[in-house]
Design a protein around this ligand. Structure first.
Ligand code: SF4
Ligand code: SF4
Length: 137
């Protein structure tokens, strides 16, 4: 079965913040994960933005399990794309991106987009003066 990559925002309630939930999840459902952003709010709710890799079936089982134990899970369905021909490498978007998905290639001085890191927050879409960053959904 094909492995998919899906991105999620997960909110862990205070009682679950210290539990090794992700490490047991990847073992139980044969997944891999890549944490894109993690923080704890003043109310001590833990938030993770991450990409999960696994079969569709295992991803569904894993998300169902997380919801059952009280984790709020939001899927990041939107996909962001850079239209390279429209980018003037003005660099406006680089400091605005919360996860470092936009960066300057030092050799060519062009601005590059790393879709793997992107959490689809949409900030660059609003900020880009030439409309080079778009949502495909
Ligand atoms: S939508 Fe733009 S600003 Fe937001 S994470 Fe993706 S590349 Fe960065
Ligand atoms: S703001 Fe738009 S034009 Fe400027 S570097 Fe970013 S994508 Fe390119």
């Amino acid at each position: 079965m094909d492995t998919q990559q899906k991105k999620f925002v997960m909110h862990f309630p205070r009682k679950l913040v210290d539990k090794p939930i992700m490490s047991s999840l990847v073992k139980q459902f044969d997944l891999e994960f890549n944490i894109l952003k993690a923080y704890v709010t003043p109310e001590e709710e833990g938030t993770l933005v991450l990409a999960l890799y696994g079969t569709d079936r295992n991803l569904i089982k894993a998300i169902t399990h997380l919801k059952e134990i009280g984790v709020r899970v939001q899927s990041i369905a939107s996909d962001i794309k850079m239209i390279e021909e429209l980018c003037t490498a003005c660099t406006v978007c680089i400091p605005l991106c919360p996860v470092g998905a936009l960066y300057q290639d030092r050799k060519t001085m062009s601005v590059r987009f790393d879709a793997e890191k992107c959490i689809a927050c949409g900030v660059c879409i609003k900020a880009c003066p030439t409309k080079a960053m778009v949502s495909t959904i």
